[in-house]
Design a protein around this ligand. Structure first.
Ligand SMILES: Cc1cc2nc3c(=O)[nH]c(=O)nc-3n(C[C@H](O)[C@H](O)[C@H](O)COP(=O)(O)OP(=O)(O)OC[C@H]3O[C@@H](n4cnc5c(N)ncnc54)[C@H](O)[C@@H]3O)c2cc1C
Length: 503
């Protein structure tokens, strides 16, 4: 696949002049490598997603210059950090330029007194925490993709941290950031005008508007982050249950217990336990009477964690849990970052192993609705499996979003044998995603708690979820990005430029 002719001459020269020719990549490898994310997709349609160019700017000014050039020529731009986003946000829908921000990976300041640091958005939390550890500090944004997702991508998705009940999620942990608008103008976003202020009542709360937009409003280049003391102690007890219902009751009680060091709790249903049981590397005991699992996590000072932990253990015991022992508890929680690193263990209906990739559909669901959503989601995947032997149900998990226990990241993991997909199977999959999203909305939830909802299928229901708020989204998009250059096609926002959209 070649570069669009209109991009190969003058634009290349302008970009090379702005950021250096060596940072403008045109090779097939550089472009194909940035045409997908880890979520399965129809490989027979891969060429539709390949960008024309990849650029690697080295500073906010260079990002701004690239964006100015693209805006002047009306060329689509897609920001990309780690490329781990699972809703295709960093995948071009209309070719154009991928702005890969990985060179913006410096630590600019560590402020030990105010407990903040300022970093380029191309850095990730793992690398950052290696440096912060020397100061006894931590940046606790902890997704399962911790080693490979980067700060800019966390801003672009407004990501979910597995220890968010204790420390908050990306939106709480990012204090402020420098942001290149689609016109090339650079602004600073945060509470008030400050870099390190965490609560202000001055003006609109724009920081949140410019998080989670999946690269449709601009590019974050430098961020100031909240830091915490590196926890002295971690407790992560794992318990088994004979059925989903008792595990469900237990997880609710743990989340609502008011234990200050409580950082999160996760519940695995019986489908997930079956999936983990069948693979040799899963670090979970195999007895058949184990039908559901719960893990709670506490972080903090040694004495506080010990006291809070006693209470969590008592609650679980009273709820009928069987503690699985220290080795498994520590081992499995430690594996939270690599549980999905080795999928490829799909099963066809006959039980044959097939090389499947991992897809997850997630939603934000209230505690009281979890059981009903679980039944409906598994039924949708079952119907899909009955029609096409390229899908596998890898089970569900439920993750508290806060220590009030009000709502849960609810996720169903699905294996997809993507090499075997054809247009018909892909269309059925997209329909299934739409059905899954519709269940979440009927339950009073949100289509996504974690990854965003701009992928084929679920994206169709976003206007339904947001109602009048979606019209405001269209207005904002048109006002901020008058030429629709920033990640065009995502979130259905092309509608903002169509005739008949409200003025
Ligand atoms: C194994 C695995 C486990 C995961 N677990 C979690 C989890 O626990 N919690 C969670 O939240 N997510 C999880 N994810 C999803 C993914 O890691 C997150 O969505 C993450 O925030 C994406 O970061 P990234 O750096 O890879 O961003 P990318 O994938 O590069 O980009 C994501 C989106 O942000 C936009 N973007 C990228 N950089 C910028 C920027 N500088 N400015 C503005 N917009 C930008 C992109 O255009 C895109 O729309 C997981 C993914 C994998 C593969």
């Amino acid at each position: 696949m070649t570069i669009a002719p209109e991009l190969s001459g003058r634009v290349l020269t302008e970009l090379a002049g702005a950021i250096g020719g060596e940072h403008v990549l045109t090779s097939k490898t550089a472009r194909y490598n940035r045409a997908r994310v880890p979520a399965p997709f129809p490989v027979h349609r891969w060429p539709e997603r390949v960008p024309d160019l990849v650029v690697l700017p080295g500073s906010t000014e260079e990002v701004a210059e690239v964006v100015r050039i693209a805006n002047a020529h009306r060329i689509p731009i897609v920001p990309r950090d780690g490329g781990t986003g699972l809703t295709d946000g960093a995948v071009p829908e209309r070719r154009g330029i991928v702005v890969d921000v990985k060179r913006l990976n410096q630590i600019k300041e560590i402020d030990l007194e105010n407990r903040t640091c300022t970093v380029g958005t191309g850095i990730n939390a793992l690398k950052l925490n290696e440096v912060l550890a020397k100061h006894g500090l931590i940046y606790p944004d902890d997704p399962a993709s911790y080693p490979c997702s980067l700060v800019g991508g966390r801003i672009g998705t407004s990501g979910w941290s597995l220890v968010g009940s204790r420390y908050g999620h990306s939106r709480d942990l990012v204090l402020s950031f420098d942001f290149v608008l689609p016109t090339g103008k650079v602004i600073h976003l945060g509470d008030g005008g400050g870099r390190k202020v965490s609560k202000s009542s001055s003006g609109y709360q724009l920081k949140h508007l410019f998080m989670g937009h999946q690269g449709t409003l601009g590019i974050a280049t430098e961020a100031t982050l909240k830091l915490f003391p590196k926890p002295e102690a971690e407790l992560s007890p794992f318990w088994s249950f004979p059925d989903y219902d008792s595990a469900y009751r237990c997880v609710g009680q743990l989340a609502r217990a008011g234990v200050a060091t409580f950082a999160g709790a996760v519940l695995f249903d019986e489908w997930k336990v079956d999936y983990l049981r069948r693979d040799d590397e899963a670090y979970i005991p195999q007895p058949a009477d184990v039908r559901a699992l719960v893990c709670a996590v506490a972080y903090g000072n040694e004495d506080e964690v010990r006291a809070g932990g006693k209470r969590l253990l008592r609650i679980a015991r009273d709820a009928g849990a069987r503690y699985l022992g220290d080795e498994i508890s520590q081992g499995d929680w430690a594996a939270r970052h690599d549980r999905y690193a080795t999928p490829l263990h799909g099963r066809t209906r006959s039980g044959q192993v097939a090389p499947m990739s991992w897809h997850c559909e997630d939603a934000a669901i209230n505690y009281t609705e979890l059981a009903g959503v679980r039944v409906e989601w598994h039924a949708i995947v079952e119907r899909l499996r009955a029609r096409f032997d390229v899908f596998d149900d890898w089970g569900m998990f439920f993750y508290t979003s806060a220590n009030t226990g009000v709502d849960y990241l609810t996720e169903i993991d699905i294996g997809i044998w993507e090499q075997e997909l054809d247009d018909e199977a892909w269309a059925a999959w997209v329909d299934a995603k739409r059905e899954i999203a519709a269940v979440a909305l009927r339950a009073g939830g949100s289509i996504s708690a974690c990854h965003g909802s701009c992928r084929e299928g679920e994206v169709d229901l976003v206007p339904l979820e947001l109602g009048g708020g979606y019209d405001v989204m269209l207005d904002v998009k048109r006002a901020v990005d008058p030429n629709n250059i920033m990640n065009p096609g995502k979130y259905g926002l092309q509608r903002a430029y169509e005739q008949g959209v409200r003025a």
